[in-house]
Structures are given as structure tokens and as C-alpha cells.
Design a protein around this ligand. Structure first.
Ligand code: NAP
Length: 219
């Protein structure tokens, strides 16, 4: 059976990914923050080194955070310290994790690298004002998801020639600790649809930003 490597699997979407892939018989490598902090290169490399020569079929960069404090989300209150954890977790984290896990994915049969993005990062789908939260909501989070889209494009260009498929997924608005109780989808629904999209990824999907229904999300 294939092997999945997923970050941020202690709760939310990550935990549901683990539950569903495990039920489907996959081998799961799912470090929590205590095992591997995605913002800390030493901790990532130490964790991956301990795995040895395993092969990974699908890497899902799922760990993320949304800091809604004024320091990260309201013009007038910004501080560098307020912004940094979001950028470190949502942008630099997936870059460092992908870099470290790449040799394992190179050994895998599927060579799929997935990055969890968000419609809040889409410039074309409304830029800063497409969540109902107003243009000033979630500045750092929106910027981080726009940036992770660019990361995915860069990875796609670098790794596509080797047969990798790098895709950005929008999980929808989901009832997790991050999405909140009012969100439209359960984690079960969102993850089931994302698993279907991931299973169907082909070479032509390399570098695409994809919705739960397999549609292209505008950048
Ligand atoms: N829920 C939504 O509506 C929604 C919508 C669009 C996109 N997304 C994206 O989907 C992904 C999963 O979101 P979610 O709703 O499941 O969020 P969540 O419930 O807040 O879970 C996030 C997970 O990431 C982990 N994490 C955060 N920082 C980490 C770090 N430095 N190192 C390792 N793990 C870390 C958390 O671990 P701890 O428990 O230790 O904090 C937690 O397990 C995120 O990338 C998010 O931006 C979610």
C-alpha cells in the first residue's frame, strides 16, 4: 500500500486525513508539532533522518495557522512579531518540509506533493475582501496563502521534469479549530473530496490550484 507523509496531523483536517488514509490501508507518517516543528529546520531534518530509506508516495503540507490578533490582521496594529509566526508556519514551513522530505518522495511511486492553500489567498477571487470578514481581515494569513501558491508554482516548475505533481488544494471552509463552528463543511466531507482530488492528480495538474470539486481556483 502507498505511504503518506502529512504535517500538522494532531487535529483538524490533518487528523481526518490520517483517519481516512489509515482506513484505506495506507502507511502513515504523521509527525505532530512535538515530533517535528515545521518552522524549525533542525527539527524537520532530525525527524526525517530517523525515518531512514523509506519511500513516500504523497506528501501533504497541511500544518498551518491563522493568527487573528490585531498585530497580524489589523492595519494600525501590525508588528513584525505578530506576522512572523504565520509566515514561518504557512510559507517557510512547507518549503523546508518539502525540501527535507523530497528524497523520500523521489523513492515513491506517485511523487505527489500537496500544499494546503486557501481561497483567502486568491487575488482573483476577491483579493482581501472575499471572506465576508472585510478587506482588513486576516492580513498575514491571506498573504501567507498567496505566497504558498507561489511556492507551489516554483516547486512545480523545478520538480515537474522529474515526474513530480505539485498541487495546491483549497479545502473549503471547514469546521476545525481554525475554521470555527460556523463553517460550511465537516472535516470528513472536505477530506473525502480532497482525497479524491489527490487520487486523480495527473501530470497535467502539476502547478494547479484546485478546489474540492476538482475545479481550477483562480490565482
Ligand atoms: N479550516 C478551514 O476552513 C481551512 C480553510 C482553508 C485552508 N485551510 C488550511 O488547511 C490546513 C489545516 O487547517 P485546519 O483547519 O485543520 O487547522 P487547525 O485545526 O488549526 O490545525 C492545524 C494543525 O497544524 C499544526 N501546526 C501549526 N503550527 C505548526 C508547526 N509550527 N509545526 C507543526 N505543526 C503545526 C497544529 O498543531 P498544534 O495542534 O500543535 O497547534 C494543528 O495540528 C491549514 O494549512 C489551513 O490554513 C483550512
Amino acid at each position: 500500500m502507498p505511504t503518506l507523509f502529512i504535517t500538522g496531523a494532531a487535529g483538524g483536517l490533518g487528523l481526518e486525513f490520517v483517519r481516512q488514509y489509515r482506513e484505506a490501508g495506507w502507511t502513515i507518517i504523521a509527525p505532530t508539532r512535538a515530533d517535528m516543528d515545521v518552522t524549525d529546520r533542525n527539527s524537520i531534518e532530525a525527524y526525517v533522518a530517523k525515518l531512514g530509506d523509506v519511500a513516500v508516495d504523497v506528501l501533504i503540507n497541511n500544518a498551518g495557522m491563522r493568527n487573528a490578533t490585531p498585530q497580524a490582521s489589523q492595519l494600525g496594529a501590525f508588528t513584525a512579531e505578530g506576522w512572523m509566526p504565520t509566515l514561518a508556519t504557512n510559507v517557510i514551513g512547507p518549503a523546508l518540509v518539502t525540501q527535507a522530505v523530497l528524497p523520500l518522495v523521489r523513492r515513491g511511486a506517485q511523487k505527489k506533493i500537496v500544499l494546503l492553500s486557501s481561497r483567502l489567498g486568491s487575488l482573483a477571487a476577491g483579493g482581501g475582501g472575499n471572506s465576508g470578514g472585510g478587506a482588513s481581515s486576516y492580513y498575514a494569513y491571506r498573504v501567507s496563502k498567496t505566497a504558498v501558491n507561489q511556492l507551489g508554482r516554483c516547486l512545480a516548475i523545478d520538480l515537474g521534469p522529474e515526474g513530480f505533481i505539485c498541487a495546491l488544494l483549497d479545502p473549503g471552509w471547514v469546521r476545525t479549530p481554525m475554521g470555527g463552528a460556523q463553517a460550511a463543511l465537516t472535516p470528513e466531507e472536505s477530506v473525502a473530496k480532497m482525497r479524491k482530488v489527490i487520487a486523480g492528480l495527473e501530470a497535467t495538474d502539476n502547478g494547479r490550484f484546485i478546489s474540492l470539486d476538482g475545479e481550477t481556483v483562480p490565482w
